[in-house]
Design a binder for this molecule. Structure first.
Ligand SMILES: Cc1cc2nc3c(=O)[nH]c(=O)nc-3n(C[C@H](O)[C@H](O)[C@H](O)COP(=O)(O)O)c2cc1C
Length: 494
């Protein structure tokens, strides 16, 4: 199918495929809708469209738009999400074409990349209603309060767009925003993210303001691109095109920021680089209210653009697994092929959802030389957002990282703690990790649960894993099955 045009087309598609609940009861965005969304998500439920919003006539609210991985695959028309990562690396990892036919085919592959480029447009439905910042547009939008002790209302899926002013590269990241009043908010871009990088660059060149825009509600591919850890300076709008399989359309705002033309809501404004204000508390995806309260930059909204009959989208986090767990899994699958190009020994990866992504990664490797597991940990702690992972467990290639029983078995049998545990003290860490010593500063743990080579094992070979004798098994198996059937067919069995 053609890439979905915008969030409305996505919602229609969800409805057509019976993956949408429409709620007619009037509910409030203050605590009620967030609690509803969490309940549905914990029951592995579908997407939800709230049609009557207390205090916000004419608005609808969409939630749980990413309820499971299969749905994301269908929406993006791929059989597996690894295909998306492969779109990025195929041109450089495919065999060199020598014959004419192969060369023509390879050219076709390379030219596919150009179809992912964004296009500029002068039309955008969100220009249907324009509200000046002085008229307090933020009061008119049904932002959530997600937990009772949150410090206020929050935009929980705002796609915050900044541009590198020298290179014109588009950054687009989901960073929650605490609403202060009708035209001010605080943007929670953590120090390791691209928004914070633009902030730092602006301070270094003595700029007092950065032009920014916030987009809410777009097509699923663009929304997924916004939460993806694409390293700077790769343009995020290009990555959105790679995910969708077709370039997105960009509309240039008066402040020069290019935004997805299909957004439901656009907030145009500026961040005051030297004005930091307290943000929080907020019940975050670790399942805790953030502590301590930190300061983040102030965003002044100069203009808001809103479509007719607008639909707001917010995600809700808390004790895992919620919607962000599905998004995280989608990212895991999309980025696995890219990790494998950087570290070819990687066979499979698993960020367990309860590990909230920055908490734990299990990775299986095909080990060729002593010390390779620690090399893999060090590399992962050195690249992009995988560097934020607190605990990395490395297992052998014959252990599936998704089989947690086998992972525990590997740790229990293969780890000699004195030799196989690596503690990286005083290192950077995820800003929200409740165990941090200071904001964004903690430590890391690596566990090498691979079987050891003699060089890693005081010169001794590793013992052999027990294996059944094939011939004996062939004789025993039918007998066992017969005896088992007899007891299992007994109605009083267990
Ligand atoms: C629902 C949701 C909320 C998020 N909130 C924040 C946030 O408040 N601050 C932050 O730095 N990252 C947040 N993230 C993670 C970023 O979106 C993610 O790290 C993304 O890669 C950031 O974009 P960037 O790599 O271009 O900076 C959130 C992710 C999700 C799914």
């Amino acid at each position: 199918m053609d890439p979905l045009k915008d969030m409305r087309e996505y919602i229609q598609w969800l409805e057509k495929n019976n993956i949408l609940i429409k709620v007619n009861d009037e509910l409030s965005p203050i605590l009620e809708i967030p609690a509803f969304l969490r309940k549905v998500m914990y029951s592995k439920g579908p997407a939800v469209l709230f049609e009557k919003i207390k205090g916000f006539e004419n608005w609808k609210i969409a939630g749980n738009l990413f309820p499971n991985l299969d749905l994301i695959k269908s929406t993006l028309s791929v059989n597996n999400l690894e295909e998306i990562g492969n779109r990025m690396i195929e041109p450089i990892t495919s065999p060199i074409p020598f014959g004419l036919l192969d060369k023509v085919k390879a050219l076709g592959e390379v030219s596919k990349l150009s179809s992912y480029f964004p296009k500029k447009t002068s039309k955008a439905a969100f220009t249907e209603n324009i509200i000046d910042g002085k008229d307090n547009p933020l009061e008119k939008i049904p932002f959530f309060k997600t937990w009772p002790n949150d410090g206020g209302r929050y935009a929980t899926y705002p796609m915050v767009i900044t541009m590198d002013q020298d290179k014109k590269i588009i950054n687009m990241g989901v960073y929650r925003m605490m609403i202060i009043d009708g035209n001010k908010a605080v943007i929670h871009w953590q120090i390791h993210k691209r928004g914070a990088l633009m902030h730092m660059k602006a301070i270094e060149s003595s700029k007092e303001e950065i032009p920014i825009a916030v987009a809410i509600g777009s097509d699923p591919g663009t929304m997924l691109a916004s939460v993806s850890p694409v390293p700077y300076p790769i343009d995020k709008s290009l990555f959105a095109g790679i995910i969708r399989g077709k370039g997105i359309e960009l509309y240039e705002l008066d402040n020069g920021i290019m935004v997805p033309s299909n957004a439901e809501i656009i907030l145009e404004g500026r961040v005051l680089t030297n004005k930091l204000v307290e943000e929080g508390p907020f019940g975050d995806h670790w399942g805790y209210y953030d502590k301590p309260i930190e300061k983040y930059p102030l965003f002044i909204v100069d203009k808001a653009y809103i479509r007719n009959d607008p639909i707001y989208f917010g995600s809700v986090v808390g004790l895992p697994p919620l919607e962000d767990a599905v998004l995280g899994k989608a990212i895991e699958r999309m980025f696995k092929p890219i990790m494998q190009v950087l570290l070819p020994e990687i066979i499979e990866i698993n960020y367990p959802v309860e590990g909230v992504f920055q908490g734990m990664l299990i990775v299986s490797i095909k080990k060729r030389y002593p010390g390779q597991a620690k090399k893999v940990m060090s590399a992962l702690w050195g690249i992009g957002q995988s560097s934020l992972t607190k605990i990395i467990i490395v297992v052998d290639n014959d252990v599936d990282p998704h089989d947690l029983g086998k992972v525990i078995w590997s740790i229990s049998c293969n780890v000699n703690p004195e030799r196989d545990v690596l503690i990286l003290s005083n290192s950077h860490s995820d800003a929200l990790d409740p165990s941090n010593l200071y904001p964004s500063f903690g430590s890391k743990l690596g566990i090498d649960a691979t079987r050891k080579m003699p060089e890693e094992n005081w010169g001794k070979p590793w013992p052999k894993i027990v294996e059944e004798d094939e011939e004996i098994l062939r004789k025993i198996e039918p007998l066992v099955n017969n005896y088992l059937k007899k007891v299992q067919n007994n109605p009083n069995y267990y």
